[in-house]
Write a protein of this length. Structure first.
Ligand code: GLU
Length: 281
């Protein structure tokens, strides 16, 4: 049975890009007698707001989307994330890191045999400063020792599916590429908050998601998620990365761009079917 999810962060209004993800995930599941689940990604408590969460429920109901079962809220899942972090630590895959953003920028831009620093899904690829750290430090972030994590693997792959549920083929990323362009990514932050990559993988497994539907801006992070699934013995879902909604000038819609907020269209008298038409669904 197909099970999809919509996983918005309550850090601003839902806009047309969110509508694209939510409607696609909903329709893919419903067309095949599957389930559509909702997860509130409110792990970043400094940015999540209850009023945005309330607005999410309201906008989804207005769009005519109903979800199955209980809503999963990441702010209530710290114990599960901590248990998973402990599992990865015990497997010798993590190390403590106290580098600040500034330390990383400085180290990454130090002239190094003429190699330009690489930008990965989380920004600058970590230059490896703390790699020799072996002890657990309480107020440090934890990073994945990517060389260990990829040990023996030549590549990471997953099934890419289109918005109609048709398989497009295998997406393959080589281990060399992951080492160079993703590197030692963050698993948990200095305050012990789980990083997005960890939370999303733990939650997709907990919710039994078979098809992850999201914008193609997250595609570069998918090999990280598949690697984590493999390390944790979770099944790997299929992925539907849909095109991003762009503004009239072809510029990608920023999350903070309220101009395309669903609530704004609603206030202007636009109907849910107009929204579907606007995003080509
Ligand atoms: N919470 C993420 C967002 O709102 C989506 C994560 C995902 O779909 O994997 O952009």
């Amino acid at each position: 049975m197909i099970r999809t999810r919509f996983a918005p962060s309550p850090t601003g209004p839902l806009h047309l890009g969110h509508a694209f993800s939510a409607i696609t995930a909903h329709d893919v599941a419903r067309a095949r007698g599957g389930e559509f689940l909702l997860r509130i990604e409110d792990i970043d408590q400094s940015r999540a707001r209850p009023e945005w969460e309330a607005q999410i429920y309201d906008d989804l109901a207005w769009l005519g989307l109903t979800w199955d079962g209980q809503v999963l809220r990441q702010s209530e899942r710290a114990a599960d994330y901590a248990a998973t972090v402990a599992q990865l630590w015990d497997a010798g895959l993590l190390y403590s890191c106290k580098c600040t953003r500034r330390d990383i920028t400085q180290a990454a831009s130090a002239p190094q045999e003429g190699v330009a620093p690489h930008i990965g899904p989380d920004g600058l690829v970590y230059p490896g400063t703390c790699q020799s750290q072996r002890t657990w430090i309480d107020d440090a972030a934890l990073r994945m020792r990517i060389s260990e994590a990829l040990n023996g693997k030549h590549y990471i792959d997953f099934q890419e599916v289109d918005a109609d549920g048709v398989t497009l083929g295998n997406n393959i990323t080589s281990s060399e590429y992951i080492t160079e362009y993703i590197g030692d990514f963050i698993i948990s932050r200095r305050n012990r908050e789980a990083a997005y990559h960890l939370a999303v993988v733990v939650d997709d497994a907990a919710q039994g998601i078979t098809h992850v539907v999201r914008g193609e801006d997250l595609k570069s992070a998918t090999p990280i998620h598949v690697l984590l699934q493999q390390l944790l013995d979770y099944p790997t879902p299929a992925y539907i990365h849909h095109p991003l909604i762009r503004d009239a000038a072809g510029k990608r819609l920023a999350k903070r761009d309220d101009a395309k907020a669903i609530s704004k269209f609603r206030a202007e008298g636009v109907s849910p079917s107009d929204i579907r038409a606007m995003i080509g669904l």
